[in-house]
Design a protein around this ligand. Structure first.
Ligand code: GDP
Ligand code: MG
Length: 175
């Protein structure tokens, strides 16, 4: 329709990270303002879109979610193709999911465009008492690897909008 014709940009952004860190729920929160407690391993839908305005331009964010392919090296290169942004998600209550960020980053850098904008996301900040990854550890990693960094809660909708807006705005800034 008329609205479609006015879209100025489509930005493909991929979600990556270990299983159960909250990728699907972050996307559900951003795209539909929904959250589900018993979210099943993602099946079916490859991506969701949300259209927003950045600097008076209409931007369609096309956010891709892994369909249970989180095993190391199981995400195919098709998943990364054309991506201008990547969100590297760990669960701040699961140290291992943070320790795996280096692998995910390596995989991303092997497959994606070298100018891709990357954001490190520590999800589940609502579970503060179970925290296993200090903010400073993540900040240090992000700084060293030149990533944006944010802590979020898909459950409580903390920083979710800000996180997506930050990466999309940065993509817009550099294209
Ligand atoms: P994915 O495998 O990375 O897509 O993870 P999911 O989005 O399916 O989430 C895995 C589990 O963590 C589900 O039980 C979610 O309800 C839960 N979850 C996701 N995000 C949060 C969050 O921000 N806080 C809490 N407490 N639980 C979350
Ligand atoms: Mg999922």
């Amino acid at each position: 329709g008329d609205f479609n014709q006015k879209i100025d940009y489509v930005f493909k952004v991929v979600l990556i990270g270990d299983s159960a860190v909250g990728k699907t729920q972050l996307l559900a929160r951003f795209a539909r303002n929904e959250f589900s407690v018993d979210s099943k391993a993602t099946i079916g839908v490859e991506f969701q879109t949300k259209t927003l305005v950045i600097d008076q331009k209409i931007v369609k964010a096309q956010i891709w979610d892994t369909a249970g392919q989180e095993r190391y090296r199981a995400v195919t290169s098709a998943y990364y193709r054309g991506a201008v942004g990547a969100m590297l998600v760990y669960d701040m209550t699961k140290r291992q999911s943070f320790d795996h960020m280096a692998r995910w980053l390596e995989e991303l850098r092997d497959h994606a465009d070298k100018n891709i904008v990357i954001m490190l996301i520590g999800n589940k900040c609502d579970l503060g008492s179970l925290r296993a990854v200090p903010t400073e550890d993540a900040q240090e990693f992000a700084q060293r690897e030149n990533l944006f960094f944010m802590e979020t809660s898909a459950l409580e909708a903390t920083n979710v909008e800000t996180t997506f807006l930050t990466i999309l705005t940065e993509i817009y800034r550099i294209i």
